[in-house]
Design a protein around this ligand. Structure first.
Ligand SMILES: *[C@@H]1O[C@H](CO)[C@@H](O)[C@H](O)[C@H]1NC(C)=O
Ligand SMILES: *[C@@H]1O[C@H](CO)[C@@H](O)[C@H](O)[C@H]1NC(C)=O
Length: 334
């Protein structure tokens, strides 16, 4: 089914879009051109989707289109980090998305000059004109209403990381070491399956004076960029992330699937894949990252949050519980 909101406008629009959007990142250092946050618009946000595998094009098309149709999304960028994909293929992908789906915000593909996971958080002053960005995977589809809700929550908690998928760090007393885990009632890490954060934090992550060594850990492990961002934000704010309950999440899953998810459906999937040894390996590697970041940081900045914000009850209030501020309609993460 062909659905276009403004077919003519889109057609005119999509040609220059395709032409310029595949340009490689400018070599000038974006750390030197950090915009004043006040000049960035706060009524909408930018979506950055990571893409690498051509076998996921069918998912990517529908996920990019879905984000594009959210009223609060200003622009969608697909960060393409597979250097072997021909440019014509990516051009065709853009044309396909705008031809076969309902799109509203422009969708562009930015070819990445490296496959470093750190580039997910690369500041892009010439592309990002909003005060918030969402960092997403190419295999997780979240319903529009929940995405809008997440942005609304972020808007009233602009210093926090907001996401739909949570995990935890913990200290294993018997082994005397930091580990990556899941707790039933608290969390300290939100994943890049979907997270919303201040554009400002991209600069902190990529340009911060003490960040080089930690970004190297991400490159060495080919993993953990999301954990590092959680360290950066917790360190800057002295507070934990905010978990949102999504109404409908479709997670086609990859190595990051283990642990606790956002919906019953995902959890079922998660439980099944959670048994494989690849998952155990993934968890171990993530534990190793936490230990490395902790060693370099010389402290543990991660902070636990409780409760999950859900949309069904409307406006959320904060209540005190056990000496902590929590959302009044808090649900345990059972
Ligand atoms: C674009 O759509 C055509 C027709 O459905 C399909 O054959 C092709 O594989 C698609 N290409 C990309 C890159 O999405
Ligand atoms: C952590 O926060 C402190 C205090 O705000 C700051 O001085 C320091 O640079 C931060 N560390 C990193 C690695 O961002």
């Amino acid at each position: 089914m062909i659905m276009r909101k403004f077919p003519v406008v889109l057609f005119l629009f999509s040609i220059p879009l395709v032409a310029f959007s595949l340009r490689a990142l400018s070599p000038t250092n974006p750390c030197h051109s950090k915009p004043n946050p006040k000049t960035l618009r706060s009524d909408q946000f930018t979506v950055l989707i990571n893409g690498y595998s051509e076998s996921r094009f069918h998912l990517l098309r529908s996920i990019a289109a879905k984000y594009s149709s959210c009223p609060s999304v200003a622009a969608v960028f697909i960060l393409w980090s597979n250097p072997t994909t021909p440019t014509e293929t990516l051009t065709q992908l853009t044309i396909n998305i705008t031809s076969y789906y309902f799109v509203s915000a422009p969708i562009s593909i930015l070819r990445q000059s490296s496959d470093s996971l750190n580039s997910r958080f690369f500041p892009r002053p010439s592309w990002i004109t909003t005060r918030a960005v969402a960092i997403c995977d190419d295999d997780v589809e979240i319903d529009t209403k929940s995405v809008e809700f997440a942005f609304k929550i972020w808007s009233s908690h602009q210093d926090n990381l907001v996401g739909f998928f949570a995990r935890s760090h913990d200290f294993d007393l018997s082994r005397r070491t930091w580990i990556y885990t899941v707790h039933p009632d608290k969390y300290s890490i939100v994943l890049t399956k979907f997270m919303i954060l201040k554009t400002d934090y991209l600069y902190m992550y990529s340009c911060g004076s003490n960040m080089d060594e930690m970004r190297k850990v991400v490159d060495r492990m080919r993993n953990c960029e999301d954990i590092l961002m959680n360290f950066v934000v917790a360190n800057a704010t002295n507070s934990g992330p905010i978990l949102i309950g999504a109404e409908k999440v479709r997670d086609w899953g990859d190595a990051r699937n283990e642990g606790r998810g956002s919906t019953e459906k995902e959890e079922k999937l998660v439980t099944e894949v959670g048994l494989s040894s690849r998952k155990g390996d993934h968890r171990k590697r993530r534990g190793e990252c936490i230990r490395e970041f902790h060693r370099i940081w010389e402290k543990m900045p991660l902070i636990y949050s409780n409760g999950k914000v859900v949309n069904s009850v409307g406006e959320q209030g904060l209540c005190e519980k056990g000496g902590k501020l929590v959302f009044c309609d808090e649900q345990l993460l059972l």
